[in-house]
Design a protein around this ligand. Structure first.
Ligand SMILES: Cc1cc2nc3c(=O)[nH]c(=O)nc-3n(C[C@H](O)[C@H](O)[C@H](O)COP(=O)(O)O)c2cc1C
Length: 345
């Protein structure tokens, strides 16, 4: 299906918009490891049009991130239009994405994010105002509805399409569900069937196999991955291998994981003005990169206390040199034996 901006892949893989995670360094890294399209975290239309420094600083991106969408949120059509115009003129992304999915209280209480889903007339007004203010394609990301009674992703999708969005991403949970329960992929299939525009499937992809299963079950035009990319940006390359019918490349060995984590950390350090702040902000990524390694809880404890990237280098070098601490190795061995017995039983 045709996307409204150049993208080579038949079924593009998207890095989902994620506040505090899909920032420029992580977006660049994911592009390097196979993401075809990236989206910024959601940014307040008010913050953009008032040129709030913190908001504007999050709009920076590099050439190697294209194709990239800037995601904006807000419930005032006029403000959303102004923000879209500024983003278009000054930052020149490939598309403007509207957030109709954010469940956070602070946002929905002003009808932003998924708050808009209670009033589909407002959803359409916002889309029309944004489309009028930019020559770029306008896309949007929705949930399945505000709550169970109002759950109706097909109607929401049709109204968005009718108002002019060119691509629609669905995370098939309601706002009241937040992240509980499972994403209902059958709702993605229903929206794919009902709409003429490309529909992206999102929700609960943790492994490359999950992505393939979602695609097979829904025939979504593109696949959007959020939490499944944490600490494993190579998931995109792995999904691409399977989609292209190649054997899936192996998950990187520990040394390679550490090298990728350090590349990411250095990009984050270069991007942020304050190196100590960058290291502290980066701690969460470090925790994700070491998840599942023998002795990972001890490693995570050390990494969660770092104040510089140099310290991370030291901790990784030490781990590779000495291996996990004896206690951690023992705990891992015991756990593996328990798991092996449980499987055999
Ligand atoms: C830390 C975090 C931040 C998020 N921030 C945003 C955001 O800024 N905009 C948005 O549309 N969705 C946001 N989401 C929702 C994700 O894009 C995605 O819809 C959701 O996590 C389900 O996909 P997954 O199961 O692949 O994680 C966020 C999710 C997480 C975990």
């Amino acid at each position: 299906m045709r996307f409204p901006f150049p993208v080579a892949a038949q079924v593009p893989l998207y890095l989902a918009p994620m506040a505090g995670v899909s920032e420029s360094p992580f977006r660049r890294l994911c592009r390097r490891y196979g993401a075809d399209v990236v989206v910024t975290e959601f940014l307040s239309a008010e913050g953009i049009r008032r040129e709030n420094e913190a908001t504007i600083s999050k709009l920076r991106f590099s050439e190697d991130e294209h194709p990239i969408g800037v995601q904006i949120f807000g419930a005032d059509p006029h403000a959303m239009g102004e923000a879209a115009a500024l983003v278009t003129d000054v930052f020149r992304p490939d598309f403007v994405d509207i957030n109709f999915g954010c469940p956070v209280k602070k946002v929905v209480k002003r009808n932003g994010g998924s708050g808009c889903l209670r009033d589909l007339g407002l959803v359409q007004e916002v889309i029309r105002a944004v489309s009028k203010a930019t020559h770029l394609p306008v896309t949007c990301k929705i949930r399945s509805g505000w709550n169970e009674e109002m759950r109706d992703p097909v109607t929401i999708g049709l109204r968005c399409q009718d108002a002019g969005v060119k691509v629609l991403a669905l995370h098939p949970r309601t706002r009241t569900q937040m992240y509980s329960g499972s994403a209902r992929w059958e709702e993605i299939a229903a929206v794919v069937d009902a709409l003429d525009i490309p529909v992206l499937g999102n929700g609960d992809i943790k492994t490359p196999d999950d992505a393939i299963r979602m695609w097979q079950q829904t025939r979504c035009a593109g696949i959007m991955i959020a939490r499944g990319s944490f600490g494993q940006p190579w998931i995109f390359d792995q999904v691409r291998d399977i989609l292209d019918g190649r054997p899936m490349r192996a998950t990187p060995a520990v040394e390679d994981r550490f090298r990728i984590a350090l590349d990411h950390a250095r990009m984050a350090e270069d991007y942020e003005a304050d190196p100590r702040g960058a290291a502290i902000e980066f701690r969460k990524h470090l925790g994700w990169y070491v998840k599942g390694l023998p002795g990972s809880s001890d490693l995570r404890r050390q990494l969660h206390a770092v104040n510089s990237i140099a310290e991370v280098e030291g901790i990784f070098a030490d781990y590779l040199h000495r291996g996990p601490t004896d206690d951690a190795r023992m705990a891992h061995t015991v756990q593996s034996e328990v798991e092996a017995e449980a499987t055999a039983a």
